[in-house]
Write a protein that binds this ligand. Structure first.
Ligand code: BGP
Length: 460
């Protein structure tokens, strides 16, 4: 092997409840914001495909877990659906949900696959959103109560826990950029939601510390986007600093260090964006320090100094403080249009090594979305050599970071099988396994068989 990974390296893939389970209105599940939004505004959703069926994991999980096993996966990240477990977000528990998740976890353990379980993946129960979502502190308490029940019920099976996946995404998409419910544009509210989410995270960690889970660890999953300035001109550097503070350090610092960066506090106060706080918040945040970190990495953020003064009446946005720029000669994913910059993953790992105490981490998502992927089908198998190259090139940089002392413990692809992606539904396919939406037939792609060998050899 040219690239050998440590023996205990985690190999596998990640998914989330809303994106694979289906059975959105059965099994006693309550509505979440996705079910509600689709019901209200189906035209926002690609091909008018909503969350009702998605990839039908709710019924087909035994087959899916057998496939994971066949593909040598030693770990799998899934999320629990809050509104499946607590249809109203709080109060009555839905026993059918508990039975379902016990079965899934049992099958995984039986197959020798370590479950990595995340509590929240963009899926606010509608009953909780109706009372204000993260803007209401009662929802923070409800989340902590949900977390506490999950630790108690599944703690003997699950050792690796996460509070949130990409907590900034519901902030951006729901309160700035019109892509998640409640679909408002308001930087002040966005800041409050971001802050309250970290309080909810910290409360769940606090509860976890009192739960009896031998060898249990808790973390958070963050989509870190390295911010690269166009040049070393002070104005460009300042843009990159602001973007890094807003999009990365606003979550990394509280999660790993238990407090916000002073620079961010100062900046938010200057802009009149500082959230409402309550006595006791700072000590709660200190209790939110994690054991390990999941890193989702897709693409970098390339910024330059603001060139145009924003239109006077336009709402204040993060982008009021910098512009994006396209680096000349950058490499693009031709099948979806995101930049591919493999070295970004190395830069993140080295930053964690040098500035975040070399906290234990793993790559919790990385992957390549492809439109009309059936065009690459030959003899019934999608010949996704581009995905193999993509994974390989990222693994090479991860390997280099490892050699330089980074504390990285695994790699999960986004995603196991083609899944429903929020407003984009099934437009961009990411899976190791393709899903025929008419028959729900699962077929591993070429990359899945290649990855199987990578896992077997612990490298390539
Ligand atoms: C991440 C999310 C996933 C997944 C992925 C791909 O932000 O954690 O839920 O959807 O991105 O992005 P998309 O589906 O928008 O192409």
């Amino acid at each position: 092997n040219d690239y050998h990974f440590p023996d205990d390296f985690w190999w596998g893939s990640a998914a989330s409840a809303t994106q694979i389970e289906g059975a959105a209105s059965t099994g006693g599940k309550g509505m979440n914001i996705w079910d509600y939004w689709f019901q209200e505004e189906p035209n926002r959703f690609y091909d008018q495909i909503g969350p009702e069926q998605t990839s039908d994991f709710y019924h087909r999980y035994p087959e899916d877990i057998q496939l994971m096993k066949q593909l040598n996966h030693n770990s799998f990240r899934l999320s629990l659906s809050w509104s499946r477990i607590f249809p109203e977000g709080t109060g009555e528990i839905n026993e059918e949900a508990i039975v379902f998740y016990h079965h899934v976890l049992d099958e995984l353990l039986e197959a020798g696959i370590e479950p990595f379980v995340n509590l929240y993946h963009f899926d606010m129960p509608m009953a909780m959103q109706k009372i204000g979502g993260w803007e209401n502190r009662e929802v923070i308490d409800a989340f902590a109560a949900y977390a506490e029940r999950c630790f108690a019920i599944f703690g003997d099976k699950v050792k690796k826990w996460f509070t949130f996946n990409e907590p900034i995404v519901p902030v951006e998409a729901g309160y700035l950029y019109n892509a998640h419910y409640p679909n408002v544009v308001d930087f002040t509210r966005a800041t409050q939601v971001a802050y309250n989410t970290m309080l909810a995270h910290a409360k769940a960690v606090q509860v976890f510390r009192h739960a009896d889970i031998p060898q249990g660890n808790i973390g958070i999953i963050l989509n870190v986007t390295p911010s690269y300035p166009r040049s070393n001109r002070p104005q460009d550097l300042e843009s990159a600093r602001i973007a890094d503070l807003l999009f990365n350090r606003s979550f990394l610092d509280p999660a790993v260090k238990g407090k916000y960066p002073q620079e961010l506090i100062t900046w938010l106060k200057e802009q009149g964006l500082f959230p409402k706080t309550e006595p006791g918040d700072s000590s709660l945040l200190r209790e939110g320090v994690i054991d390990f970190l999941g890193i989702n990495y897709y693409q970098p953020r390339r910024v330059k100094a603001k060139e145009h003064i924003p239109v006077p009446d336009s709402p204040m946005m993060p982008e009021s403080f910098f512009d994006y720029y396209e680096m000349p000669g950058r490499k693009m994913n031709p099948y979806r249009g995101w930049e591919i910059y493999e070295k970004g993953v190395y830069d993140i790992l080295i930053d964690l090594r040098d500035n975040y105490g070399n906290i234990e981490c793993f790559i919790s998502e990385n992957g390549m979305g492809v439109q009309n992927e059936e065009r690459f089908m030959e003899e019934n198998v999608i010949q996704d050599t581009y995905r193999i190259a993509f994974i390989k090139d990222h693994l090479k940089w991860i390997h280099r970071a490892l050699e330089e002392g980074a504390n990285v413990k695994g790699y999960h692809l986004w995603t196991l099988m083609d899944n429903w992606s929020w407003l984009n539904a099934y437009k961009n396919r990411y899976g190791f396994i393709s899903v025929d939406l008419k028959t729900m037939t699962r077929t591993p792609k070429k990359s899945a068989w290649w990855f199987k060998e990578v896992i077997r050899n612990n490298g390539f």
